[in-house]
Design a protein around this ligand. Sequence first.
Ligand code: PAP
Length: 330
Amino acid sequence: MEFSYPSKSIIASNITTESLQKYREEISTLLKEDGWSPFFHLCLYKGFWFHPFFLDGAMYAQDHFQAQPSDIFLCSAMKTGCTWLKSLSFAIATRGQYDESTSPLRTIVPHDCIPFLEYGEYSTAEGPRIPLFASHLPYTLLPKSIIDSGCKIVYLCRDPKDTFVSMWHFFGKLKNKKPREGGLVSIEEAFELFCKGLSSYGPYWEHVLGYWKESLERPDKILFLKYEDMTNDTEACVKKLAEFFDCPFSLEEERKGIVQGIIKFCSFENLSNLDVNKTGKQVKKDGFLENSAYFRKGKIGDWRNHLTAEMGARLDNIMEEKLRGSGLNF
Ligand code: PAP
C-alpha cells in the first residue's frame, strides 16, 4: 500500500464556523437526555445517542466527506480498542516506509496518526490522500460515499462489560475548559444508562449489530474483529488485517520477524510507556485530553474489579436478547 503520511496541514480541520452553526441549530432540536454528567448530556440522532460535541463533525462528514474506493475505514464503538487497531493498522500499512526506530507512532499518539472522520481531521482539498481513516459512527450513519465507493471497513468490538468500564474511566479523565456543575454520575447510575442504550454512540448492541449484519452480507468489504480475539491471537489478527489491506506479509517478512515486531511495538506495554503517550496532550474542541487516557489497563475481564457479578449477568442477558438470532455472541 502506498501511504502518504499526513502532515498536520493536510489533516487540519475544514469545518467552518458557518457550517458548524447550521449543524448546531439542528442538534438543538433533537431529543435530549441527561448523560453521565451535566456536561455530557446525550441527544438522539437517527436512532443513536451522541454527545453534541461529536455530532456536528459527524453531520459535516455525512454532507462533505468524499471517500475514494481505496480508502479503508477503521470503525468501532467507543472504548473497544480503537487506539490499538489504529496503531497496528498504521504499522502494517507503513512497514515499507518506517521501521520501529523511525515510526511516527514513537512520537505521535495513535489517534493522531489516523484521523477520525467525525472530528473533521481530514482534507477535502486536492493533494496527497491518506488511505486510512477511523470512525466511531454507526454503520447507518457513515457518509454515503463510503458505502457507494465500496470502501473496505474494519470493525472492532469488545465485551460490553469491559467496554462500559473503560468508558466510565475515560469520561472521568476528560478535562474541560468549561466549569462543570458536577462530576460523573456514579458507576451504578452510568451502568443503568448503558443498559438502556444511553451511552456515547449507543445503544452499544445496535452499533455492533449494524456492522455485524453488513459483514455477513459483504464479508469481502467488512472485516469484523473482537478485542478478545486480538488479545488471544494477535498474530492471526495482524495477518488478517494485512491481507485485508491487500498487503499480506511475504514469507521473507515473516522469516525476518516483522509480524512479531509489529505486535510487540504496538503492545499495550510498549505504547503506553512511550513518552508521547505518557505525558503528551491532545487539544480538543472543548478542552484537552491527556494521551495517557487512551491507555488504562488493556486487559480482558477488568469489569470484575468494578461491577458486581449480578451487574455482569444483567448486561450479558441484555446482549444475548438483543443479539439473538444474529449468530453473534460475546
Ligand atoms: P477510544 O474510543 O477513545 O478511541 P479505545 O482505544 O477504543 O478508545 O479504547 C481504549 C481501550 O483500549 C482501553 O481499555 P481499558 O480502559 O479497558 O484499559 C485501553 O487501555 C485499551 N488499549 C489501548 N491501547 C492498547 C493496546 N496497545 N493493546 C491493548 N489494549 C489497548
